[in-house]
Write a protein of this length. Structure first.
Length: 480
């Protein structure tokens, strides 16, 4: 357990640090893009990403968690599995390209929108293979390879994107640069896989693809309903309320989405370990999952407090006064973000426990609930209605996923006891944030005070103890 704990901690820190740097660069780019393009063109870009993203779920086939779970249990299958996945993705991608061309010509009412969609369709091929290759790195607990590739991607895209925006280029140039950066990152990831993990050049037959499809089918269906659940609000908003409302919503989504690397980094370190433990040692599974849930929830809560308490300041500072109406949307989506962090860890526990079919039913029900709420709320409340529909849907998802874990496992995990003290610290910090807003404090000073207050309250409520920090430090310095 000591070796597993050390690898989990080191990989989590490496992936988190890498993504923090990458997201800062990404945020700098999106700030420049929002100020240059304005709400309407930002809405068009958001539509293109969402439109292509619907087709990308078929190309992805839900394979990333499948790779992490299966390869962590049987590392010797990596090369053969990589070959099968590439061929399967290529076949589905070519079919998706045909459908995107047809639907974009029939349903998209703007030439600029069509070009954005078509360029992002090309990007999709490299992006889906890039993320699949990173899943192999995570299964092998080789975070340094993923870190190298992700940093290369962000440095190239951010540098070229800022240069293009500052020189007066528009949206089409930006999405073209995204295509170039994703292609380069994918090629680098493939090269590292061949050199460090295994040989992906294997002869394949239809029987191999059929077996892969059957094995990953539940993950694919889960991915479909997850994408619908997470993306339908933006697409429905674009169709029902127009590009301007979509632009307001998209910047709030961008800001909260800037932190989705945190659960991804945690999961990349924890999922391979809990997948092994779920089959061999239930007690070890419980002991590993509890800190996974606890620290991910605390981080999500802290981010939500900082974003919601200073929502208007963030929106105006990052995107300009023309996006000021997005502030209430950011408050709602910050609450949803806290719920998302909790749901993320529980979803991966369900995957580790081989309960994909139950998870599929849960996400299907929540996706339907989300669509219904958006139909009811968007016509009256527009972008704010879509945001509160997301909060309600994430709440329902949390309740159903907790039920899916089962009464006995929930009793062992004691997630309620792990959550109540951090929640108390978060509520008190929210009060501090609202007081700072009324006092018209500087945004940076307000952020520092909120961060210090939240951290102090975590120690006061014993949500985090000095002993835990000492143990983490020892793990980092312990030799295998």
């Amino acid at each position: 357990m000591g070796t597993d704990s050390k690898k989990i901690l080191q990989n989590t820190l490496m992936l988190t640090l890498t993504e923090i740097i990458a997201r800062i660069m990404s945020l700098l780019l999106i700030m420049a893009v929002a100020r240059k393009l304005g709400p309407e063109l930002m809405g068009i870009y958001a539509f293109g990403v969402t439109f292509v993203g619907i087709f990308q779920i078929f190309v992805n086939f839900g394979l990333e968690p499948f790779i992490q779970r299966e390869v962590s249990r049987r590392p010797d299958i990596a090369g053969r599995l990589m070959a099968q996945i590439f061929v399967l993705k290529l076949i589905i991608y070519l079919a998706a390209v045909i459908l995107i061309l047809i639907f974009s010509l029939a349903a998209v009412d703007s030439e600029v929108k069509r070009w954005v969609v078509w360029i992002l369709t090309g990007t999709m091929f490299f992006q889906t293979n890039f993320t699949a290759t990173n899943a192999f790195f995570r299964a092998y607990q080789k975070a340094k390879y993923e870190a190298m590739v992700r940093m290369s991607l962000r440095v190239v895209y951010t540098s070229l994107g800022l240069a293009a925006i500052l020189s007066g280029r528009g949206l089409l140039t930006l999405v073209t640069l995204e295509f170039i950066a994703q292609a380069g990152a994918c090629l680098l990831a493939w090269s590292l896989f061949i050199k460090r993990i295994g040989n992906p050049f294997h002869a394949l037959g239809l029987s191999h693809l059929k077996k892969l499809i059957l094995s990953a089918r539940d993950f694919f269906l889960i991915r479909i309903v997850q994408t619908i659940f997470n993306s339908i609000d933006l697409l429905m908003l674009s169709l029902m309320a127009g590009d301007t409302a979509t632009g307001f919503y998209s910047v709030a989504v961008r800001l909260t989405g800037a932190f989705d690397f945190l659960p991804t980094a945690f999961t990349g370190a924890f999922l391979p370990v809990i997948s092994r433990q779920a089959r061999t040692d239930q007690s070890a599974f419980v002991n590993t999952f509890r800190p996974y849930y606890k620290y991910l929830f605390i981080i999500g809560l802290g981010v939500a407090v900082a974003l919601s308490g200073l929502a208007e300041g963030w929106i105006v500072f990052l995107f300009g006064t023309s996006f000021k109406l997005a502030a209430p949307t950011l408050v709602a989506l910050s609450i949803a973000l806290m719920l998302t962090f909790a749901n993320w860890s529980i979803s991966n526990a369900i995957i580790a426990l081989d309960k994909e079919q139950l998870m599929l039913k849960i996400f299907g029900l929540c996706a339907g609930f989300n669509i219904l709420l958006n139909l009811l709320l968007i016509p009256k409340f527009q972008h704010n209605g879509a945001a509160w529909a997301t909060v309600a849907s994430q709440t329902l998802l949390l309740v159903l996923q907790l039920a899916a874990l089962g009464r006995n496992l929930l009793a062992s995990l004691t997630l309620g006891r792990l959550s109540i003290k951090p929640l108390l610290a978060g509520v008190i910090t929210c009060g501090l944030a609202w007081w700072l807003v009324r006092g018209h404090f500087n945004l940076l000073l307000g952020l520092v005070l909120i961060g210090m207050g939240f951290l102090a309250l975590l120690f006061i409520t014993r949500s985090i103890t000095y002993t835990e920090l000492t143990e983490a430090r020892h793990l980092l310095h312990r030799r295998n």
